[in-house]
Design a protein around this ligand. Structure first.
Ligand code: 13P
Length: 405
């Protein structure tokens, strides 16, 4: 099953008046539980990876698992890079497989937030990746009690929201209307009038951070006013911790696997409850039929070299791998030599782009232009260059199929 374009996924939700859960992944148990719930509820789902958690897990190592789970899920999945701190970390998230990003600049003043978010949008859109912006301030920290974090909530202002979306071009807007990250202190008072006005003015999918601890009625009213992505972590963290305590109670001498047993099921139960409440349950088939699949592009070059000895060719290849892999939207660079000594073309570049949009942005990127003009084209005489996409969505799975999933 393909991943789907996050913008298409959330626009579908916006048109049909439901919200997709963006559930935070902090371990393989969470990943497994979230996908299990989505398949059970037949719901589209967003797997969310937050930069604030990178001390807890290795982002580079967890992403191949997240991507493999998304590819083989029976429901449409998007992968979001949450609360990034800067443009560079968002580009790294895109390289590792995220197709939606938030660089959270909501703590900055309006002008700075707008200017820097605009740069994120330009770079991410050139990779085909959707961008969430955040305006106003949602205090607290995911997984913790909100009262420990004294930062003041700042509501999103209508006039600023209009100007911000117009100037930055973000695809979705995270608004501050009374929620907090982490466990709520008391019942949060949500400003529905503000949300309604923002929704009527912007008409783009709105995002709620701090989705844990809201009542059923609050969720319904948020969704009725344009909220189409709800971020959730603390509720999952709490049910996982409860399961661990229960495991300890049953057997205090348990080892690690005994202590972490059934976390996936506990997470799945809470995720499925949210999917049903937020209206995403049962939507998987429509989303798959109506939304663009998220497929990579393989940029293939085969070539022969004139006027360089083998060592110089290796040097040129090593430099190409180093510099080309830094270009936004490039997921990997393979440089190789033909196994057959009589091949018509001796050498290859096989460069994976995250999305077809990268074909143009890569070609025009100054790093590519400099490498191609100075080191590659002068020596690569005869060559063929073609961009390939999977013929059918299912073939996007070719690199996990052999697992016998
Ligand atoms: P909660 O931890 O309060 O559910 O919030 C999650 C969140 O907003 C992630 O961005």
């Amino acid at each position: 099953m393909p991943m789907v374009d996050m913008k298409h996924m959330l626009q579908h939700a916006y048109r049909h008046g439901y919200a997709v859960g963006a559930f935070e992944v902090v371990s393989l148990d969470f990943l497994d539980g979230i996908i299990m719930a989505a398949e059970q509820a037949r719901a589209p789902v967003i797997l969310s990876l937050a930069e604030s958690r990178f001390a807890h897990f290795n982002f580079d190592l967890i992403m191949p698992a997240v991507e493999a789970a998304a590819m083989r899920a029976q429901v449409p999945v998007a992968i979001h890079f949450d609360h990034g701190t800067c443009l560079e970390s968002a580009v790294n998230g895109i390289r590792l497989g995220c197709n939606g990003v938030l660089v959270d600049l909501s703590h900055l003043d309006f002008v700075e937030n707008t200017q820097m978010t605009k740069q994120v949008v330009e770079t991410a859109h050139a990779c085909g990746v959707s961008v969430e912006g955040e305006l106003g301030y949602v205090p607290g920290a995911e997984g913790e009690g909100a009262e420990i974090f004294p930062g003041d909530l700042a509501y999103t202002l209508l006039a600023e929201a209009k100007a911000y979306v117009e100037r930055t071009g973000v695809d979705f807007l995270a608004v501050s209307v009374g929620t907090v990250h982490g466990r709520m202190k008391g019942k949060p008072k949500l400003d529905y009038t503000r949300l309604k006005q923002i929704n009527e003015a912007l008409k783009i999918p709105l995002v709620i951070h701090g989705g844990s601890g809201l009542s059923d009625d609050q969720c319904r009213r948020l969704i009725a006013n344009g909220v189409t992505k709800i971020n959730c972590y603390t509720a999952l963290s709490d049910v996982a911790a409860k399961q661990i305590r229960e495991n300890v109670r049953i057997n205090t001498a348990s080892g690690c696997t005994g202590l972490t047993k059934d976390i996936n099921r506990a997470v799945a139960t809470e995720v499925e409850r949210c999917m049903r409440l937020w209206g995403a349950a049962g939507r998987a088939a429509e989303v798959l039929a109506q939304c663009q699949p998220w497929n990579p592009v393989e940029h293939l070059i085969i070539y022969n070299v004139e006027g360089l000895d083998h060592r110089d060719v290796e040097t040129m290849m090593a430099e190409g791998c180093r510099v080309l892999s830094t270009i936004p939207g490039v997921r990997g660079v393979f440089s190789g030599e033909a196994v057959q000594t009589d091949a018509s073309y001796r050498y290859t570049w096989l460069i994976r782009f995250c999305h077809p949009a990268v074909i143009d942005s890569y070609r025009e990127h100054p790093v590519h232009v400099a490498f191609a003009d100075n080191l590659f084209r002068p020596v690569a005489g005869k060559r063929i260059s073609i961009d390939f996409q999977p013929v059918k969505p299912a073939t996007a799975r070719y690199y996990v199929e052999h697992e016998g999933a």
